[in-house]
Design a protein around this ligand. Structure first.
Ligand code: SAH
Length: 346
């Protein structure tokens, strides 16, 4: 009878230490193996050279290391790199490396497909297939860190959870992955360089505040008028703006950290003065900054980028109200790597 081997990276350090003690070995062996698995990203037990041959064989008999595999890598003419990442069960997610002159940002996925149903996003059409495990999220970051060193001679500087999926619908695994990314036993990155982006799940925003997380929060708002937001992001019916506002106030009261709002302006959808005024009012609830994102068409005629005039009206009104606003040009459009385009097409 074949014994189903366990995924060794599903174990915490404590569990790994206990495992070795039960085997009659020292708890310290657990630390060594843990370091190989996370800090050194070992793909095989054989690589663990400071562990005896017998122990390596024993691990091989009991466990597997489920590493992701970068299936295809595409490079855009603007330097953006997109990885199609194959998971141990054959499913694919995508992650993106975005270089600028001063930083390299990894945009990582948290789910295969997405739990939510935003009408303008290609990932939403895949529906949610499953949540990613902490190691599958961590591995995407390691892969991009390696590519950053290879192509840009510098390590990764920032991480955004803006790939496929809704991170707050896979909260526990995302938190575990961030713990590994920030821990000295993992990548040792500062949480200040990590941003979690959510479509806005109020209950989970409050939970993050209660958990005193140290990373940044971005909210994909796109409209501050319930009727409009519900048409383009139907889950807004369940999580209306009133609840979102309350959760953001709670977040700010507890963390004292500014929120970023992601906002796309579309022709005929949210490009009137009424839309702008509602947004400005929303921006005053808690200290924030605004990122206006260029729309990336996903081969469907319903959504079109608003006119430059409409964008300027937004920017001028926000600035007049002393709200910091950045306009984000799309990166990696030619390889379908831009916001909202991740849908396993390659
Ligand atoms: N579910 C999370 C994480 C995904 S982030 C969230 O919604 O925040 C992906 C970002 O790209 C979000 O801000 C999303 O609203 C935006 N986006 C989705 N489709 C887009 C498109 N076609 N063009 C531009 N931005 C898009």
């Amino acid at each position: 009878m074949e014994i189903k081997k366990k995924d060794i990276r599903a174990l915490t350090k404590e569990q790994l230490r206990d495992f070795f003690v039960k085997q009659g070995d020292k708890a310290f062996r657990g630390n060594q193996v843990y370091e190989w698995l996370w800090q050194k990203s070992a793909h095989n037990f054989e690589d663990m050279t400071n562990v005896s041959k017998e122990t390596r064989q024993m691990l091989e008999d009991n466990f597997v290391i489920n590493h992701i595999k970068v299936d295809t890598m595409q490079r855009s003419n603007d330097g953006t790199v997109k990885n199609a990442v194959r998971l141990h069960d054959g499913l694919i997610v995508e992650s993106v490396l975005i270089p600028t002159t001063t930083r390299t940002t990894a945009c990582v996925s948290s789910q295969v497909g997405c739990s939510l149903d935003c009408k303008f996003c290609a990932t939403a059409r895949l529906k949610r297939m499953r949540n990613l495990n902490p190691d599958e999220i961590y591995d995407q970051v390691v892969a991009i860190d390696n590519e950053s060193k290879l192509y840009y001679n510098r390590p990764l500087s920032n991480i955004v959870f803006m790939g496929m999926g809704e991170p707050l619908m896979n909260y526990n695994n995302v938190i575990k992955a961030i713990d590994k990314i920030t821990s000295p036993e993992g990548l040792g990155m500062s949480p200040k360089r990590i941003t979690l982006s959510t479509s806005g799940v109020p209950k989970m925003i409050k939970k993050m505040a209660d958990d005193a997380v140290k990373f940044n929060l971005a909210v994909s708002l796109h409209s501050a008028i319930d009727e409009v937001r519900t048409t383009i992001m139907p889950f807004n019916e369940t999580f209306p703006l009133k609840d979102l506002k309350e959760s953001l106030e709670y977040w700010y009261a507890k963390t004292k950290r500014k929120i970023s709002y992601e906002y796309v302006v579309w022709k005929g959808i949210n490009d009137t003065q009424k839309d702008i005024d509602a947004f400005v009012k929303f921006c005053k609830y808690v200290p924030c900054k605004v990122n206006i994102i260029e729309y990336n068409p996903i081969d469907d005629g319903d959504f079109q980028q608003a006119t430059n005039q409409a964008l300027e009206d937004y920017i001028n009104t926000l600035e007049k109200n002393r709200i910091v606003v950045n306009v984000r040009r799309s990166r990696g459009k030619d390889i379908d790597a831009a916001c909202g385009q991740l849908a396993n097409k390659s």
